[in-house]
Design a protein around this ligand. Structure first.
Ligand code: GDP
Length: 442
């Protein structure tokens, strides 16, 4: 997502950085480039005009042009404006304290990712200690209730289907079901259409009146681009909603919709969905996203991502590795860890400049198939070989290569990599025991 926008903005800043002082012409040129980059990312033209206007006005101020580091100031201004455009601060999902169950209603066009997002939101809330119930109120698309039931089964959240015919009745029935089963949140998945449609709007309004949702979230497909403006405006006028879930941001969306929606409707993006797995719904942080777009990396995001998958077992493993050395099984576990964090590409996209550096270096692709290859090689090793890779002689290397369908060279490379990691562990072990004995002497 945002890849080409990000590249173009960074190119513009690189050019500015190459200059000592900046003239008004330099700023004008940079603003023109930013304008083109945003338009090509399919950001709404009115939004682009206002955004560039604000940036330009601030950049032309004499304290920027005459400062010692004008290009840095320009970057900072664009970063601030981009953060503002995306909503400035995180917009929390507001739940009513004095109402049980809370009701969250999901609206959006068909195919926007509403049903998937309902399940993901249920998963997220469940992981925060809530007991959500999903209500299958998309009674028009025949497979929708089945899809929700399957997703609910995967994440261990109950799905209320009612008679499967009257969406308003299903929604009301779900509230009663939640009261009976002590669910504290009901997530109502409603029907969408391919386009704005009168019947759909009326049904959404009827459900809204019947269940009085605490929050209405509109799911918007990030690939929508310019058209997003009409769709969200129509929903805002007819049903009204509190916030947006931007889905499919993992794809090659140019990002125009995500950048336009706040400015056009005044409604914040609350969550972004970055994949098909239940845990791929993330709280949206405008400041972090703006930094990522400008190639400044999202260090907090990486740490959070790592924390999400870290557990006590890993802490115990780390301690054992330091004590006893690093085995091939540990290496395998690391590969799985990287996958859980969303793969190499995702991690790279959060590191300042990494994405760009990789793109400029042919052959250095962060390709997750590398992980698959390493996993295949380790899987072809015996238990003994994994625990003590030193026993892997030439004969064994040939056997492992044949078993995994990889070359002997690749097997050699992996064993070399293991050797280096093990050496590093040894050094750390040495440092730690030296530290301990120093402490003991004191
Ligand atoms: P609905 O008609 O609005 O309920 O849409 P669905 O929830 O059925 O989603 C439509 C399609 O988009 C499905 O194939 C989903 O798996 C897919 N999808 C939904 N969210 C995401 C996402 O964040 N990333 C990707 N890659 N696919 C998604």
């Amino acid at each position: 997502m945002f890849n080409s926008l990000s590249d173009r903005l960074q190119d513009t800043f690189d050019k500015l950085r190459g200059k000592g002082r900046l003239t008004e012409d330099d700023i004008n040129l940079a603003m023109r480039e930013i304008r083109m980059a945003l338009l090509e990312a399919d950001v709404n033209f009115r939004v682009v005009k206002q955004f560039v206007g604000r940036c330009k006005e601030k950049c032309m101020a004499s304290e920027v042009l005459d400062s010692l580091t004008p290009s840095q100031n320009v970057v900072r201004i664009v970063l601030d404006e981009l953060t503002q455009l995306l909503g400035s601060t995180e917009s929390k999902l507001v739940l009513a304290q004095n109402r049980t169950p809370n009701v969250i209603m999901m609206v959006g066009l068909q195919g926007s990712g509403k049903t998937t997002a309902s399940a993901k939101l249920a998963y997220l809330l469940k992981s925060q200690g809530h007991s959500p119930l999903l209500a299958a109120c998309d009674t028009h698309r025949p497979a929708a209730a089945d899809q929700l039931a399957t997703l609910g089964g995967e994440i261990g959240v109950s799905v209320f289907r009612g008679d499967g015919k009257d969406a308003v009745k299903v929604a009301s029935g779900a509230i009663q079901e939640a009261v009976d089963h002590l669910n504290d949140i009901v997530i109502v998945d409603t029907a969408g259409r391919l386009q704005i449609d009168e019947e759909m709007m009326q049904e959404a309004v009827a459900i809204k009146q019947a269940v009085k949702p605490d929050q209405i979230l509109m799911v918007v497909d990030a690939m929508t681009g310019q058209d997003i403006v009409n769709v969200v405006t129509e929903f805002a006028n007819r049903v009204d909603f509190d916030g947006v879930i931007m889905s499919k941001l993992d794809g090659d969306a140019r990002g125009g919709g995500a950048l336009s929606v706040r400015e056009v409707t005044g409604k914040p993006i609350k969550f972004v969905s970055m994949g098909e797995k239940p845990d791929s719904l993330e709280v949206f942080h405008p400041d972090r996203m703006a930094k990522r777009i400008l190639g400044m990396g999202d260090v907090v995001g990486i740490i959070e991502q790592a924390q999400k998958v870290a557990d006590e077992q890993q802490a115990a493993d780390a301690e054992r590795m330091l004590r006893e050395g690093f085995t091939m099984d540990d290496m395998l576990a690391q590969m799985q860890q990287i996958r859980k964090m969303g793969g190499l590409q995702k991690i790279a996209s959060m590191i300042p400049g990494m994405d760009r550096a990789m793109a400029q270096q042919p052959g250095a692709n962060l390709d997750d198939s590398q992980l698959t290859r390493i996993e295949a090689i380790i899987h072809s090793m015996t238990k003994e070989e994994r625990a003590k890779p030193k026993v892997i002689n030439g004969q064994r290397r040939k056997r492992i290569a044949a078993g995994s369908g990889r070359s002997v060279q690749e097997v050699n490379q992996l064993i070399k990599q293991w050797g280096e990691m093990n050496k590093m562990m040894g050094k750390m072990r040495g440092m730690m025991s030296a530290g301990n004995s120093k402490k003991a002497r004191r």
